[in-house]
Design a protein around this ligand. Structure first.
Ligand SMILES: [Zn+2]
Length: 219
């Protein structure tokens, strides 16, 4: 669904586990798009056609999936990156943090570029801040679009909960510091990596603040 100009969100509503995705439309040279976290190709337990559903949603928004020029992965876990292997075959470039590059390689993917903490300048005036946010995985990144106060939090933050830290490379202390850094940003639209007990799209500055307040009290 289109949230506002240049920002589209695709909330997973299948029965199996898969991630939420989003797309920044027309922000690359030539009017191409940036897709964040395409998720599974097919979900492992129930065989739901996850990537097909995502691409259908993108088409419903009047956008052409073949114009996806860049796929950004918040981290390297299979339920976020599997679809990127297929999109790369169709010509999209793939970017993630170097420290999760090995996880992506295990899925059969290869990064075209590595992202690190800093500002990613895309076409013209469009820029995204990249925050290295380790804790759930060593190379987890979150994306902040300051112009519209959008935060794409991946698996760091969920509605009233946080990402797991019991996977290889997980670290609870790092996750807390990563979340504290996010909580200091001015955020009005927070997209979480999964729809756990909620769509995973938290809207409005007060709702976002309240969510950070609650999770930081027990983290
Ligand atoms: Zn994950």
């Amino acid at each position: 669904m289109k949230v506002f100009d240049r920002f589209h969100v695709y909330l997973w509503n299948g029965r199996d586990n898969n991630c939420n995705s989003c797309l920044f439309a027309g922000v690359l040279p030539g009017g191409k798009h940036v897709l964040v976290d395409p998720g599974h190709f097919v979900t492992p337990a129930m065989g739901e056609s996850a990537l097909e559903r995502l691409l259908a949603g993108i088409r419903r928004d009047g956008l052409d999936p073949s114009a996806i020029g860049l796929v950004i992965l918040t981290h390297g876990h299979p339920d976020h990156v599997e679809g990127a292997v297929d999109l790369a075959r169709l010509g999209a470039k793939v970017a993630l943090h170097r420290e999760d590059g090995e996880l992506f390689r295990r899925m059969g993917g290869e990064a075209d570029l590595y992202l690190q903490d800093g500002t990613l300048e895309l076409d013209g005036e469009f820029r995204l801040d990249v925050l290295h946010s380790p804790g759930h995985s060593p190379g987890h990144i979150t994306l902040y679009w300051p112009e519209r106060k959008v935060l794409v939090a991946g698996d760091c933050v969920f509605y009233r909960s946080t990402g797991r830290t019991d996977f290889p490379g997980g670290d609870a202390g790092q996750l807390r510091r990563s979340i504290e850094r996010m909580a200091a940003l001015d955020v009005e639209e927070l997209l979480c990596g999964h729809p756990y007990g909620h769509s995973g799209f938290i809207r409005g500055r007060e709702e976002v603040r309240e969510n950070f307040r609650i999770i930081l009290t027990y983290l």
